[in-house]
Design a protein around this ligand. Structure first.
Ligand code: BG6
Length: 486
């Protein structure tokens, strides 16, 4: 069903995010009939284009980012006709009257202001929107991560945007929450009876959350070098995943209840002391190496910053200090230029209390629930079975497999498709509330500070590997190992 008529304004409409993610997602929702005929998409940017130039550009780009079998020429024409372009200087006066002129005649439609630009501009753009009378009750603002670069700056951004928009109008996007497999994590936990009784420190030994990418930083070096993996991935995506694994069941699924429960998890994370940062965290940076068989340069060469200390890899042992999770470590790791692209959550269960089968000494593979987010979405339950044969009982690890694509025989929409429609609908359940973002910053801040003050920069790892050896030591010290697939 279609969503309300809308003026969807993208600040940074010619940028990487708009071109690779936002416009393809809007096109696909339009193709499937979710945008009403009146809906318009307005790019605000400083690229020296006009409507025709912008339409040409996007017509050329969409087929690069949407699979060929999803392109329908008539739908693409219809989508392109919705686009317009306004040259706007975000922080100054130029162009704002043009934008106002475009939006003003339609005060009743939903207005989405998508700020796909640097967080330093979130405040100034919001202020300009207010000054020009563009903020209506049916307006929403979408903030891309990162919100600030530490706790104080996040608060400043939130204050500045909050001076113009009410919290219900502010959508802080974390696209991981829009991934099908991430939403399914909630359903798996709370729409089935068999898991929840086991989902605690009595049965779970530990949790691993891995988001490994095989790509390097590519063209985003300028942004990335000032951020690093802790700000780019851990503060948001990995902590959000941790929240969904660890949260208590909300009474029902609703915008506030889910976010209330996630907030409690963030608040229960054991704060890192200086000593903890040394013991429980690892920062890494890739050197030259091999990616898919070809030689690739080091991070420092890639960003042309020969003594950059920015981390491209992070491993952390975290702890959720509450009744359910006391004593259960959460091992987090993420990195660029790793040996493979693989994002997964591994729930590793404790061994059986007593190894009763002859020859089984408790060293058999543990039960694991592996929730695979990327590249293929699915879930595997690793268990132990009897190997068939007459020669006594021999134990064998086996797995129950759920592959979404095979099971449902349909395309999983991209995270942005779901989230952008939620913005238009005004449903913030899958977006981060102010207090969540700030709690996440409060937890990562001591790590940022201690790394910045450390004598040594991040540990090197060759591109195309599983990260620095210190990350292996981090978990092996506890008598455990990173799960590298079976
Ligand atoms: C973004 C980060 O938020 O997520 C990128 O800024 C990262 O550095 C990307 O590559 C990963 O997203 P996905 O959906 O490809 O796992």
């Amino acid at each position: 069903t279609s969503v309300a008529p809308c003026d969807f304004v993208v600040f940074g409409g010619t940028g990487d995010l708009a071109v690779r993610k936002l416009l393809p997602a809007l096109y696909l929702r339009d193709r499937d009939g979710q945008l009403t005929p009146e809906t318009r998409v307005v790019a605000a940017a400083r690229a020296g284009l006009d409507d025709a130039g912008y339409r040409d550009k996007i017509r050329g780009e969409i087929p690069r980012f949407v699979p060929a079998d999803q392109i329908d020429d008539a739908a693409l024409d219809r989508f392109i006709a919705r686009l317009s372009y306004v040259e706007v200087d975000f922080a100054h006066e130029d162009g704002w009257p043009d934008l106002t002129h475009l939006l003003e005649p339609r005060p009743d439609v939903v207005r989405v202001f998508y700020l796909a630009c640097s967080p330093q501009l979130f405040g100034p753009v919001s202020a300009r929107l207010a000054e020009h009378g563009l903020v209506t009750e049916a307006s929403r603002v979408v903030l891309e991560k990162p919100i600030g670069h530490d706790l104080d700056s996040a608060r400043e951004v939130n204050d500045a945007v909050g001076a113009v928009f009410d919290e219900y109008q502010i959508f802080r996007i974390d696209h991981y929450l829009g991934k099908e497999s991430v939403q399914n994590l909630l359903v798996t936990r709370f729409a089935n009876t068999f898991l929840e009784p086991l989902w605690n420190n009595a049965c779970i030994d530990h949790v691993q959350i891995t988001v490994a990418e095989s790509l390097g930083v590519g063209t985003r070096g300028g942004y990335y070098d000032a951020s690093g993996a802790l700000r780019d991935m851990v503060q948001n995506h990995l902590l959000q995943l941790l929240c969904l694994v660890a949260m208590e069941p909300p009474t029902y699924v609703d915008r506030e209840t889910v976010r209330d429960e996630k907030l409690k998890v963030l608040q229960a994370l054991r704060p890192m002391t200086q000593q903890d940062v040394g013991r429980l965290t690892v920062a890494g940076q890739y050197g030259p190496g091999l990616a898919e068989g070809s030689a690739v340069p080091s991070y420092q060469q890639e960003v042309e910053h020969p003594d950059s200390r920015t981390e491209t890899f992070v491993a952390i042992k975290a702890e959720v200090q509450n009744w359910r999770w006391a004593g259960v470590p959460f091992y987090l790791r993420t990195g660029k230029r790793m040996d493979r692209r693989c994002s997964e959550i591994v729930i590793e269960f404790k061994p059986v209390p007593h190894p009763m089968f002859p020859g089984s000494d408790g060293t058999s593979e543990p039960n694991r629930l592996v929730i695979q987010l990327q590249p293929d979405e699915g879930m595997r339950l690793h268990m132990t079975a009897k190997e068939p044969g007459p020669g006594g009982i021999r134990l064998r690890p086996v797995s129950l497999n759920l592959n979404y694509e095979q099971t449902f025989q349909r395309r999983s929409p991209d995270a942005y498709e779901r989230l952008l429609m939620d913005v238009v609908r005004g449903n913030p359940t899958l977006f981060m509330r102010r207090d969540e973002v700030e709690a996440a910053w409060a937890w990562v801040e001591p790590i940022l500070i201690n790394w910045a003050q450390a004598e040594h920069g991040p540990r090197r790892y060759p591109a195309g590997t599983s990260g620095p050896t210190a990350a292996t030591t981090l978990i092996e010290r506890d008598g455990r190992a990173w799960y590298e697939g079976s």
